[in-house]
Design a protein. Structure first.
Ligand code: 5GP
Length: 179
């Protein structure tokens, strides 16, 4: 285990089980629909690549990037779009894929923005959920697993752009970001 990690909270094995379970549900729910998977960069990349391989349907994939924590462990609450999708959403059933649902502000901002572009529907898949931290009303249709209110990294999630490539999700030692 990486020595900056306090504790592993979602193992590689559990991540594989989560992506398989959600992929199966999504395959059932989106059968016959025109599926567009929209990954929210950068945190969702590992989740999206694993999840999408369990979705046994034709689909398009696009990406959007919102402002990040920028080297902080607390969100500024100000959301801005750094990179927009390239797809025309008309007629598409959109599946937004996010790493973690925290205050909910990022997903709400993106959901509201894409809703105005004439999609057939928009659903949300979030790998992790911190329900204790929610500040806005947003409903995720697919959730991998609830996590405690701690700063977590790995499997796409970063601190200051590091740790994304850890194959598990772990709680970062406080001494790393309180230095
Ligand atoms: P929200 O807008 O829901 O407050 O925050 C969503 C974004 O904040 C996530 O996409 C993620 O980038 C970041 N975030 C929230 N909690 C954590 C966390 O525990 N660890 C990391 N690495 N990022 C987090």
């Amino acid at each position: 285990m990486n020595t900056d990690i306090e504790k592993i909270i979602v193992t590689e094995n559990e991540l594989a089980q989560i992506t398989a379970r959600l992929g199966k549900q999504i395959t059932n729910d989106f059968a016959g629909k025109k599926l567009l998977i929209v990954g929210i960069l950068k945190g969702s990349i590992y989740f999206l690549t694993d999840l999408s391989r369990h979705i046994e349907l034709p689909c398009n994939i696009d990406f959007i990037q919102a402002s990040s924590y920028g080297g902080n462990t607390v969100s500024s609450g100000e959301i801005s779009i750094i990179k927009d999708i390239q797809s025309d959403l008309t007629g598409f059933d959109v599946l937004l894929v996010e790493d973690i649902l925290d205050t909910g502000r990022t997903l709400k901002h993106i959901y509201d923005m894409l809703s105005e572009r004439n999609p057939q529907s928009i659903s949300i898949a979030a790998l992790l959920d911190k329900p204790a931290r929610r500040e806005v009303k947003i409903h995720a249709d697919y959730i991998g697993i609830d996590v405690p209110d701690a700063f977590v990294v790995g499997y796409g999630l970063d601190y200051n752009q590091f740790y994304r490539n850890l194959p598990y999700i772990g709680i970062l030692k406080e001494e790393i970001y309180k230095k």
